[in-house]
Design a protein around this ligand. Structure first.
Ligand code: BTN
Length: 246
């Protein structure tokens, strides 16, 4: 069973940067970088990830899954499931998972996940970056309507480091389950948290707009969307995804 080895930092550019550097210099699988704050935190698709110092879980786990690059996205399902389970166990929060890997409470985002790798080969290490809002009570206006935190949802401040450590343990436990029993088991559990099935959504995929009804995720983790012409799109990733079609 893989146990996390936590490495703590005060301020870093991004815990994913530190994780990638450590991975390149041979850090062991299960090393988890945790920071108090980031000055260049990043999100998916080139977005920035801002933090209020000391208010969120900012961590990146080094994994060495020996997967072909086309299967690396499976790790983001493992991670989002681990966070949802951990938030339920630690704080009694009922989370929903929005494909591909946002963790929501109600319709607001509480956690984002960014998986990056040290290279394209199956020997590459993967760095699973997890940002969870813990003690924020306000957010920048651009995301104020869409974000929430553990403190807002539970009504009390929480110990950020303890939350990070429990999430690190949960992540490696689910990663162990994934290695031992495969992606199907992860997906079956992930689907029990999935939100939006049966609702209409809009996506941008390679500059193409697709609007339709969400049917679910297939065995590879692709989103199936039924468009207005009755065609089923099997979508491996999207630049933009909203439950509110324009
Ligand atoms: C997203 O929702 O766009 C993904 C956000 C991922 C943020 C986390 S915070 C810890 C790690 N370090 C980063 O720079 N990004 C990830």
């Amino acid at each position: 069973m893989l146990r996390p080895v936590f490495v703590y930092f005060e301020v870093v550019s991004s815990t994913n940067d530190v994780g990638l550097e450590l991975a390149k210099t041979g850090a062991a699988e299960g090393t988890v970088v945790v920071a108090h704050s980031q000055y260049a935190g990043r999100g998916r698709r080139g977005r920035v990830w801002l933090d209020e110092p000391g208010s969120s879980v900012l961590m990146s786990a080094i994994l060495r899954p020996r997967l072909p690059s086309e299967r690396l996205h499976e790790l983001s399902f493992v991670a989002s499931l681990a966070v949802a389970e951990s938030l339920r166990e630690q704080f009694g929060l009922q989370c929903a998972l929005k494909w591909p890997n946002d963790v929501l409470v109600g319709s607001r985002k509480i956690c984002g996940i960014l998986v990056e790798t040290t290279g394209a080969s199956s020997e590459a290490a993967a760095v699973v970056g997890i940002g969870v809002n813990v003690n924020q009570t306000e957010f920048p206006s651009e995301i104020a309507e869409e974000a929430t935190s553990i403190a807002l949802e539970t009504g009390s401040r929480q110990d950020v480091r303890a939350a990070a450590e429990k999430m690190g343990i949960a992540l490696l436990n689910w990663y162990d389950a994934y290695r031992l029993r495969g992606f199907k088991e992860i997906l079956d559990r992930w689907r029990t948290y999935m939100c939006g099935v049966g609702t209409r959504a809009e996506m941008m995929v390679s500059k193409k707009r697709i609007v339709g009804e969400i049917l679910g995720v297939d065995e590879h983790g692709r989103l199936n969307l039924l468009d207005n012409a009755g065609r089923i799109h099997s979508i491996p990733w999207a630049d933009y995804f909203s439950f509110r079609p324009l």
